[in-house]
Write a protein that binds this ligand. Structure first.
Ligand SMILES: Nc1nc2c(ncn2[C@@H]2O[C@H](COP(=O)(O)OP(=O)(O)OP(=O)(O)O)[C@@H](O)[C@H]2O)c(=O)[nH]1
Ligand SMILES: [Mg+2]
Length: 240
């Protein structure tokens, strides 16, 4: 009897030890390593250059990820949130704040492995018609012809969804998407909608992008930030 008890204790001791340490092994950490790596990479973002038109941009080989969308949709704020920097890109309550194509380099100093492009917003009503057309032309040229463009993130205010102008821009990039350009719609300022409204906005956006990728995003509540960071890292580092 006593021998039996001793044996049970001997067998159980490693099991007990394992049980004691197993919670530490299995409790999920707050963010998986892949997301932490993506966040650290995005934090390296620094100003590279800015240009009023495509032909003034330097030719680059690093994969470029463009942020497009209506004026005031939250493009610059999204870039700052992803980079965990307050004033990398100029964000403002005043629509039309970003007025040129602004590039940010990513990766360790001296070895840029990707570039983010903050594009001027379109659709701002107060801009004169001629200027509007000029900007829309600059944007179309960039999206159609930039050789190292790897992916496009289209930002739309979640309360508005995709507008006619966004859908027209989708038509412009569709041929490149068919050739492998990656594409993601972010419904920004999701914090301004209830959960129910968010779900509705998301399903409408998915329909509008013909089953394409759409996600909810809030810089204020950090909703979707890790998922987008990981997506960007994958685009830049994995083959199309
Ligand atoms: N509540 C809320 N406000 C946001 C969010 N993202 C951006 N904003 C606000 O929206 C306004 C416009 O943001 P920007 O990032 O400058 O927008 P943009 O798309 O870069 O604008 P343009 O450069 O004019 O095209 C600012 O007042 C931001 O603070 C968000 O997630 N939630
Ligand atoms: Mg901007």
């Amino acid at each position: 009897m006593r021998a039996g008890l001793a044996l049970a204790q001997r067998i159980n001791r490693p099991i007990l030890q394992w049980l004691e340490i197993s919670p530490r092994m299995t409790t999920p950490t707050s963010s998986p390593p892949a997301e932490a790596q993506a966040r650290a990479w995005l934090h390296t973002a620094r100003f590279l250059t800015e240009a009023p038109q495509l032909q003034h941009l330097p030719p680059l080989t690093a994969p470029e990820i463009a942020f497009v969308g209506r004026s005031n949709a939250g493009k610059s704020t999204c870039i700052n949130t992803l980079a965990q920097q307050r004033q990398l890109a100029f964000a403002s309550k005043m629509p039309g704040r970003t007025q040129s194509i602004v590039l940010f380099a990513l990766g360790k100093q001296g070895c840029t492995d990707a570039v983010l492009a903050d594009l001027p917003g379109y659709g701002y009503a107060a801009v004169p018609q001629a200027a509007k057309r000029r900007w829309q032309q600059v944007m179309a040229n960039y999206l159609v012809s930039r050789p190292n463009l790897r992916a496009v993130v289209m930002l739309c205010d979640a309360r508005l969804g995709l507008t006619e102008l966004d859908e027209a821009l989708l038509d412009i990039i569709r041929p490149r998407v068919e050739q492998g350009l990656d594409f993601l719609v972010l419904l920004t300022k999701a914090d301004k909608l209830s959960r129910q409204e968010q779900a509705k906005a998301l399903s409408i956006a998915r329909l509008q992008t013909a089953g394409g990728d759409a996600m909810l995003f809030s810089a204020l509540k950090r909703q979707g930030v890790d998922e987008v960071a990981l997506r960007l890292w994958n685009w830049a580092h994995l083959q199309a």
